[in-house]
Ligand binder design. Structure first.
Ligand SMILES: [Zn+2]
Ligand SMILES: [Zn+2]
Length: 701
């Protein structure tokens, strides 16, 4: 079997180690914390692999890389290029998400751009772009004997007499037009109100759907599309008789919403990139968050306006707005000397959000007329370009994109009935099963399926790897800055598997940390998967399950620091079990962590019927002669129970050491077993400048 041979490793506390480990296997380095296992894995094996890789690059490329020192070692044989997957490197970029670092987002952008269906972001209606032959085909699908009017929409809700337009229509030989919903003959005199809005559609043809009219209808449609630059409307005059729901159908060669009068750009991958102006939310520039005025930081309700209740309007250089505010208050009768909390709510609202009333006031001997826009708006304008604006502003999720960073048009594109934001906000586990379900994509046309299949494959594969390393609970939209080191490491493992590299040595530190047992199994499977692609996987690990699943185990020890640094054991699990190392003894159960077994507990303090603050009728027992921790979320009542109940009672009664009962409804048993109570808090121990830790502890005496 091929192997990696280490000769004379002396980095840090390593004691001139010689070691041979099999190549392309799952190898675990274990041992006490500080025994030197990480030094061997990261500072020796990985560092040397990295150094040799950099040495092999051209001098041009090398100048961009940090110089890596040679680890203290005689030599290593059989080393392959090394990749470390540690828990440190999480992204600090606010534009990074789990989706972007795993590249799933890139494939999602491609998918939504290629086979996504645009919906109108204002009314939610599906927007479809059709070719003229699509439109003709659709119209000819109407039931036979439907009576239709084919219309070319020319003007929509526009002011003016449209004299020229009507003249042109006559000239072109059109006989009728639909003006403001009324059918008129063009050879009659038409007088349109100049100041009114009008809608004009040319009547191209009136025809009945039947076989012999097919080519005539096709010609009509082409003509209408030409006349109105890509739009056509079909009115079905006998729609009720024919059992057709709508009497008017609208078709367009463009992407546009007829009702909302908005048109849509053709979709491309950049439409879904929040780093591009083509896709980014215009309100937050694609950050998903924006800074908004935090009224709590600006308004002090305890103060009056004169005393500075509105911090941004008060003090040096804020005179203009302060005068305007005072004039505004005077004009609508708000007292500026009453604390803000005492004035009426509607008045407060006017101060904060403004009113349309025009205020007259004097500013530097000029008479000014201005409306009061409100504290919120004025403060925002004042602060948005200042450096210390965070003093008055808070980060808020962007209202427009709800944190999904894309413009509304892009967030209204759907694939398989979900938007890209739906996809990003699902936990990976759900997202994976959604993509796995072929039925969701059955609606795609044959051509779309062909386009989508390779993209879907990439997405599914990556989702599976993430799910498989135990990250099924995370969402793709999760800000990369908020994931833990362990999660970041597992994401990197998942993307390494996706990369399909072979012949690499992967070095990982404690990937099982923080994992539930069920997920540890998944993780081990993933590591195995990585190894089976033809890679050496070296894991620094304490976890028993991982050790048991390794092909080869190296135990570094026996102690920590200068007592460690030697190879205590190197071999397979079976060999380890029959050896006599500390690790082996614990693994085989010959030694156990007695720590977890409770001593027999005889003496307790028992607190009964506590009802104070948010605690109601609680009874509990606290074991004596133990280190006991009272825990719970903030406000759960920890302090109420101990500092306001147990401590005062104990303080008051312990000197007499007698059985205490019924103190203000509370019963405490067991205090008689104690001598005294000492309360250690964080208050300062001395106020005199002559006092220091030495005098206080008596060392000076
Ligand atoms: Zn619409
Ligand atoms: Zn936004």
């Amino acid at each position: 079997m091929e192997s990696i041979k280490i000769f004379g490793a002396r980095e840090n506390n390593l004691k001139n180690i010689n070691l041979e480990i099999p190549k392309n296997r799952l190898v675990v380095f274990t041992g006490l914390s500080g025994s030197g296992k990480s030094t061997l894995a990261f500072d020796t094996l990985y560092a040397e692999g990295q150094r040799r890789y950099i040495e092999s690059l051209s001098s041009y490329a090398r100048q961009f890389l940090d110089k890596v020192g040679k680890p203290d070692i005689d030599k290593i044989e059989g080393l392959t290029p090394a990749i470390a997957i540690d828990q440190k490197s999480t992204s600090k970029n606010p534009r990074s998400t789990v989706g972007t670092i795993t590249e799933i987002y890139d494939y999602a952008r491609l998918l939504f751009a290629r086979v996504g269906t645009q919906h109108c972001h204002l009314c939610g209606k599906k927007i479809s772009k059709m070719s003229s032959s699509d439109i003709i085909e659709q119209i000819l699908k109407l039931p036979d004997n439907s009576k239709i009017v084919i219309l070319a929409p020319l003007i929509r809700e526009k002011k003016g007499t449209s004299h020229d337009l009507l003249a042109t229509l006559r000239q072109k030989g059109y006989v009728r037009a639909l003006i403001d919903g009324v059918m008129v003959r063009l050879d009659e005199e038409i007088e349109l109100g100049k100041t009114k809005k009008h809608t004009i559609k040319a009547v191209i043809d009136r025809v009945v759907i039947k076989d012999e009219n097919r080519s005539r209808i096709a010609e009509d449609i082409e003509k209408a599309l030409k006349e109105s630059y890509g739009e056509v409307e079909v009115e079905i005059t006998n729609h009720e008789e024919m059992g057709i729901e709508k009497n008017l159908i609208y078709y367009s060669e463009h992407m546009a919403c007829f009702d909302c009068k908005v048109s849509f750009e053709p979709l491309e991958p950049l439409s879904f990139s929040f780093n591009s102006p083509k896709g980014a939310c215009p309100i937050c520039d694609g950050l998903g968050i924006r800074f908004a005025i935090d009224l709590k930081k600006i308004v002090d309700e305890e103060l009056s306006i004169e005393d500075g209740a509105i911090k941004t309007m008060y003090g040096f250089n804020k005179g203009y707005y302060f005068l305007l505010l005072k004039a505004f208050c005077k004009q609508i009768g708000i007292s500026t000397t009453t604390p803000l909390k005492e004035i009426e709510d509607y008045q407060k609202k006017a101060i904060l959000h403004g009113s349309s009333e025009v205020v007259e006031f004097e500013w530097k001997n000029h008479k000014m007329k201005k409306s009061w826009d409100g504290v919120v708006k004025i403060s925002y304008e004042m602060l948005k370009n200042e450096k210390d604006f965070t003093e008055y502003m808070s980060e808020k999720v962007c209202d427009s994109c709800k944190g999904f960073r894309l413009k509304p048009e892009s967030l209204s594109v759907k694939v398989a009935n979900i938007t890209i934001s739906d996809m990003l906000s699902q936990p990976i586990e759900e997202c994976y099963s959604f993509f796995l379900n072929e039925e969701n994509f059955a609606y795609l046309t044959k051509q779309e399926k062909m386009i989508a299949s390779s993209i879907l494959k990439e997405i599914k594969e990556r989702l599976f790897f993430l799910y498989d390393v135990g990250l099924g609970y995370i969402t793709l939209g999760r800000d990369a800055r908020t994931i833990s080191g362990g999660e970041a490491q597992r994401i990197r493992i998942a993307s390494q598997i996706g990369s399909g590299l072979t012949g690499v040595m992967y070095v990982l530190d404690e990937p099982s940390i923080g994992l539930h047992e069920r997920d540890t199994q998944k993780l081990i499977r993933t590591l195995r998967n990585l190894q089976q692609k033809g890679n050496s996987v070296i894991v620094v690990e304490h976890d028993k399950e991982t050790i048991e699943n390794a092909d080869f185990i190296v135990d570094i020890g026996p102690g920590a620091g200068k007592f460690g640094g030697s190879v205590v054991f190197a071999g397979t699990l079976d060999e380890l079990k029959s050896s006599n190392t500390q690790t082996a003894l614990y693994m085989s159960g010959k030694k156990k962590c007695e720590y977890f077994y409770r001593r027999k507990q005889e003496d307790w303090i028992e607190i009964k019927n506590v009802t104070i603050n948010n605690i109601s009728n609680l009874s509990t027992k606290i074991p004596l002669k133990n280190l006991v921790s009272i825990t719970g979320v903030s406000g759960s009542g920890k302090s109420s129970l101990i500092l306001q109940t147990l401590l005062p009672v104990a303080k008051e009664l312990l000197n007499n050491a007698k059985k205490v009962k019924k103190v203000s409804g509370i019963e405490i048993d067991g205090l008689e077993l104690l001598d005294k109570v000492i309360y250690l808090d964080q208050s300062p121990i001395g106020r005199t400048p002559r006092s220091n830790p030495a005098t206080y502890t008596g060392v000076m005496d």
